[in-house]
Design a protein around this ligand. Structure first.
Ligand code: PNS
Length: 167
């Protein structure tokens, strides 16, 4: 039986911290599906198509990993993928309460699906998509925080926004 897991998230945009989790999950499961939530409550900077395309580019050398978008409940998407595990990363105790609540709720919604947590590498413990966007917005160096396609996409996006505001 193929052991398949889904890593759901906003990925707005994907960071080196996410990629580390994806690589480690790919070592533990036969297949990992990265699920990009379309209608995130967080009003994303990148459209779901942009987020999916960036992830596909960044993960193109990982044959057991694929990228798809989804809407609605994560557990429904996990079931559609015929997977039995949800992957999530845990950076610090501050993540724990929200992640625990979500994992418990997902178990109530479908007790056949388990959440598997990977503890973020110490070198990425401070990293989040929000903090990367904040640094990029103000022209800071993000080359160590995200892969090159994400860096390029962020620089272009904030240029577009700045140009739009001038017109
Ligand atoms: O990257 P994020 O924003 O921390 O990911 C959060 C995500 C997408 C995993 C979570 O918001 C989610 O699963 N949303 C879909 C709706 C859902 O299933 N919520 C959890 C049960 S209420």
């Amino acid at each position: 039986m193929i052991r398949r897991a889904v890593y759901p998230g906003s990925f707005d945009p994907v960071t080196n911290g996410h990629i580390d989790i994806i690589k480690r999950a790919a070592n533990q499961f036969d297949e990992v599906i990265v699920g990009v939530l379309v209608n995130s409550a967080k009003s994303p900077l990148f459209s779901s198509i942009e987020r999916v395309n960036i992830l596909k580019e960044v993960l193109k050398d990982m044959p057991s990993v694929r990228v798809e978008s989804f809407d609605g409940l994560s557990v429904n998407f996990v079931r559609e993928c015929k997977a039995a595990a949800i992957i999530r990363g845990l950076r610090a105790t501050t993540d724990f309460e929200y992640e625990l609540q979500m994992a418990q709720m997902n178990r109530v919604l479908d007790e056949g699906i388990d959440t598997v947590f990977f503890i973020t590498n110490l070198q990425y413990a401070y990293l989040s998509s929000s903090i990367v966007k904040e640094v990029a917005k103000h022209g800071g160096d993000i080359s160590k925080l995200v892969p090159p396609p994400v860096e390029r996409a962020l620089i272009m996006k904030y240029k577009e926004i700045a140009n739009g505001q001038q017109n």
